[in-house]
Write a protein that binds this ligand. Structure first.
Ligand code: ZN
Length: 164
């Protein structure tokens, strides 16, 4: 079973590894991280309801601190969409700087979760355009899965600042 760990990475961000569940301990984050506080979620493999509870306690500690979310994997993006409170208090929403976007290759019939920077996505929110990516297997251009349209909610929430 996946455990939980966190460390400060070379860019000064606090990086999480493993699963957000009852064993997840976010208490060192505020001391470890700076202001603004950058959180990297690349190594996160999932979150359950107990992890959500722990994370929401951690969000309470942010106060006025500016918080950035980097490299959010798909499982977490799904969780943000279902539970916006994971993005922080309404008046101090975290800013997602990069997140996994689901792409599909029509040729290989395969889907790929690919990291995209927020400013690579073009608005407006209702008709977002995602950056072109090629299939890692066959090099054909990929299509963005329709579910990515749900990201409009994140834009409206102020969590995802897409390009114009
Ligand atoms: Zn392909």
């Amino acid at each position: 079973m996946a455990g939980f760990a966190l460390r400060k990475d070379k860019n000064g961000a606090v990086a999480f590894v493993g699963f957000f569940d009852e064993r997840a301990d976010f208490s060192p984050v505020m001391d470890l991280g700076g202001n603004p506080l950058a959180l990297n979620f690349r190594g996160v493999v999932g979150i359950n309801s107990l992890g959500v509870g722990k994370y929401l306690d951690f969000v309470e500690l942010w106060d006025e601190r500016k918080v950035f979310y980097d490299e959010c994997p798909q499982q977490l993006v799904d969780a943000f969409l279902m539970l916006p409170a994971l993005l922080g208090p309404e008046d101090n929403t975290a800013e997602i700087r990069s997140l996994a976007v689901p792409y599909r290759c029509a040729k290989c019939q395969d889907t790929f979760s690919i990291m995209v920077r927020a400013d690579e996505i073009r608005g407006p929110a209702q008709i977002m355009t995602f950056p072109a990516r090629v299939c890692p297997k066959c090099n054909a251009f990929l299509k963005v899965e329709p579910i990515a349209e749900d990201f409009a909610v994140l834009v409206e929430q102020g969590a995802l600042k897409i390009g114009k």
